[in-house]
Design a protein around this ligand. Structure first.
Ligand code: SF4
Length: 151
């Protein structure tokens, strides 16, 4: 198994590298001992693993196992507010709103499409909901910047 110090050196540029390295090592040990080296395929089991929250579990369920999920990252949380799809009062609320709005069969593709759009165009500081064709089309009368809540 990869030595903790070597792994730490590889991910040092990420924030909280020490905690992440410890979590990944512990998680790998659990996968080997409790799951025979496989990744569990339920939200409950995934979220019980070290360092795995609901968003990460949703990504794994959606992208690795094709189970409909709507992981809400910072881009999706911000865009859902700028597009008027959620009040953004919490990440859980945003996820709930988006799941109610869109058919289940589109969730896995849609969450990636929104993330890519957000990364490309809809940055926290670069735009405020009044600039690009998307928001102008959706909100032609919008004059003031949209103040969004952070996750
Ligand atoms: S105008 Fe475009 S870039 Fe700006 S918030 Fe709206 S979708 Fe995002």
């Amino acid at each position: 198994m990869l030595d903790l110090h070597r792994f730490l050196a590889l991910i040092r540029q990420l924030g909280l590298a020490k905690t992440k390295a410890k979590n990944v090592r512990r998680l790998a040990q659990i996968l080997v001992t409790a799951y025979d080296g496989d990744v569990p395929q339920s939200f409950q089991e995934l979220e019980a693993l070290p360092g795995v929250g609901h968003k990460t579990a949703s990504v794994v369920m959606a992208q690795a196992f094709g189970v409909p999920a709507f992981p809400v990252d910072t881009h999706i949380h911000r865009l859902a507010q700028r597009w008027g799809l959620s009040d953004g009062s919490s990440v859980a609320r945003t996820e709930q709103n988006l799941k109610l709005l869109f058919p289940k069969e589109h969730w896995n593709r849609l969450h990636l499409q929104i993330i890519f759009w957000g990364r490309e165009f809809c940055t926290a500081r670069g735009c405020d909901g009044t600039v690009c064709p998307m928001c102008r089309e959706l909100y032609p009368k919008r004059r003031r910047p949209v103040i969004t809540r952070k996750p």
